[in-house]
Design a binder for this molecule. Sequence first.
Ligand code: NAP
Length: 282
Amino acid sequence: MNITNIIDGKPIAAKLRGDLAKEVACLPYQPGLAAILVGDDPASQVYVRNKIKACEKVGIRSIERRIAADASNEDIARVIEPLNADPEIDGILLQLPLPKHLNSDMLVQLIAPEKDVDGLNFVNVGSLVAGHDSGMIPCTPQGAMILIKSVMENLSGMNALVIGRSLLFGKPMAHLLLQENCTVTMAHSRTRDLPEVCTRADILVAAAGVAKLVKGDWIKPGAVVIDVGINRMESGKLCGDVDFDAAQGVAGAITPVPGGVGPMTITCLLANTIRAAINRRG
Ligand code: NAP
């Protein structure tokens, strides 16, 4: 039986945030982030509040633009455009999901690529797919990669599986793993025999949004397991996409939920904002 190493995202994120604060302190200007919040979804309000607090702690100036839930696509475009032109704003994030009547795919494309700290503009998506390191990389896959590297120095030749193919996570994650010379498989809701596909993975990244989808006996002994899913159980407790208890003693290393990938996401948002500022202002 393996001893499973728990990859604790909190100290890794705290160390990175400390390094980012030092980096900001050396800049001759204060990087700026604008967060756009549409409507009054309580979860989105909490996410934006946490991002703003995290910015303050590392010395990034942040502003929040609140827009009414019944706003039109044009109303939101009118908020994005001056932020694109504002020399004091280095990063712009549009908190998703937006109310259903809005076209979030189109609105995300209005954010200037050099300020697109979520990495969703097609210019940034294209850079990642092309294997260039000039673009913005989406925060959660960037954080997940840091966690993988915290327990595995050389990923070259590893069989990596990503469950989920969203533009926000699964697709960029697969490309980051490919850049590290992994042999990458992407699974999704139409994948046949997911348990068998999982058993071949040296690195298993689960981002399906299905509570405890990955069972203990699907995991290759010694595999590095990164659990991105955030699911609320009937008891009110959070759980991931992997059966964490059953993975103990099988996986070589695993991230807990909460406390694994979650703390890395905001950390990478801060890193992207600082990088955007340095790219623009030197
Ligand atoms: P999403 O857009 O809903 O995508 C889910 C993906 O999983 C889809 O590609 C879907 O396949 C696939 N899928 C669904 N059920 C499946 C099944 N039974 N077997 C195999 N694949 C299945 O979700 P997302 O935005 O990528 O997020 C995924 C999870 O990560 C969610 O729980 C979300 O809350 C979490 N998340 C966490 C963070 C963080 O900071 N920790 C950040 C982002 C997301 P199809 O394409 O075929 O439909």
